[in-house]
Design a protein around this ligand. Structure first.
Ligand code: PLP
Length: 364
């Protein structure tokens, strides 16, 4: 008996890796530092007893869409439930967008360095990825957006702000530039706002029926629910209806819908957590600078930095030896020698900073 052949275009594919190690302090995947409030877990447990387990879940996730729409109907913006699409993590949201608007024979544009999954999912759906480039300081030029979109005429163009792995926020004007560019080639702009709660501005306010824009969000980071796999997208109602045709029926289980709903009763608690993380981010950033690291300005819950030696890989190993895990981005294209650290609890951050001082030989 032989081995069936993998699709030609996937044979060279490497799986997505986010290596985990058994360490004391894990600051490598941008998760929230603490579990959601206990009252949230209790609400989910109570909801579980109400679920009709023998029935398929509400396919339209009606109540969850309604509450998410409500959450984003603030500051003069109105979001209708028909403008909300929910899926198993924003990765499945993005996959559904690409299955619907990209696919074989179509092109998808990103601006690197950015979230690796944008190009990875592009390959999974059989589309061609093109990579525009950010500047050396990781800012993005309007002209780069215009020329990449005009040259390659992508069906889907990604922006990510705050951007992972740099942590930087793109100026709002780039969304307008990108919208003009993609509209001229009948393309779609996706703005990935996985870290949107850390940034006072959002592209959600620009969404309208005749604007080729969708914005994706996730419960994985601020909502402290990476374990639940829940994400969503806000966009024109007609476009959401197309996504609903493509995603598998009943993809969003009843338990997850209940968890997503319960979380929305704890908005104030989550806002407080965001504020606490931002404060800690200031402390970590200041100390990194003091230790001689180059630190990029972060509008998210993580910081990209380059150790003074420029040898990120060696520093990463030194941290692992001290039972601290950060993301080793040192060999990623454009990120030469850099490391990315998630903001954790104050205690975890202190362990990280002390370990780093030790590794850098300035343990004062
Ligand atoms: C973490 C992250 C996500 C989240 O993906 P989920 O599937 O919702 O966990 C999406 N986009 C970016 C840029 C991220 O960093």
């Amino acid at each position: 008996m032989g081995r069936p052949t993998v699709r030609d275009d996937l044979r060279a594919l490497e799986g997505y890796h986010s290596p985990q190690l058994d360490v004391t302090v894990r600051l490598n995947t941008n998760e929230a530092p603490a579990a959601p409030p206990v009252a949230f877990a209790e609400a989910v447990a109570a909801a579980a007893t109400e679920i009709e387990w023998h029935r398929y879940p509400d396919r339209g996730a009606t109540e969850l869409r309604r509450r998410i729409a409500e959450l984003h109907s603030v500051d003069g913006v109105t979001v209708d439930p028909s403008q909300v699409f929910v899926a198993n993590g924003s990765n499945e949201v993005l996959q559904t967008v690409l299955l619907t608007f990209a696919g074989p024979g179509r092109t998808v544009a990103t601006f690197e360095p950015t979230y690796a999954l944008h190009q990875h999912i592009t390959r999974l759906v059989g589309a061609v990825g093109v990579e525009g480039q950010r500047n050396d300081d990781f800012t993005l030029d309007a002209d780069e957006i215009r020329s990449v979109v005009a040259e390659h005429r992508p069906s889907v163009t990604f922006l990510c702000s705050p951007n992972n792995p740099t942590g930087m926020v793109d100026p709002e004007v780039l969304v307008d530039v990108a919208l003009d560019a993609v509209d001229a080639v009948d393309g779609l702009l996706v703005v990935d706002e996985a870290y949107g709660q850390f940034n006072p501005t959002s592209a959600i306010g620009r969404i309208a029926d005749d604007v080729p824009l969708v914005v994706s969000r996730t419960y994985s980071k601020t909502w402290a629910m990476a374990g639940a796999r829940l994400g969503y997208l806000i966009g024109p109602a007609w476009l959401i209806a197309e996504l609903d045709k493509v995603v598998l029926p009943y993809h969003l289980d009843a338990m997850k819908q209940a968890a997503g709903l319960a979380a929305l009763d704890f908005v104030d608690e989550m806002d407080e957590r965001v504020a606490a993380i931002v404060e800690e981010r200031g402390r970590v950033s200041a100390r990194l600078t003091e230790l001689g690291c180059h630190v990029w300005p972060s509008g998210s819950n993580f910081i990209l930095f380059r150790p003074p030696s420029g040898d990120g890989a060696a520093v990463w190993q030194g941290l692992v030896d001290r039972s601290v895990l950060v993301r080793n981005t040192a060999s990623w294209p454009g990120l030469d020698g850099c490391l990315r650290v998630t903001i954790g609890t104050a205690a975890d951050n202190t362990v990280f900073l002390d370990a780093l001082a030790d590794v850098l030989g300035s343990g004062d």
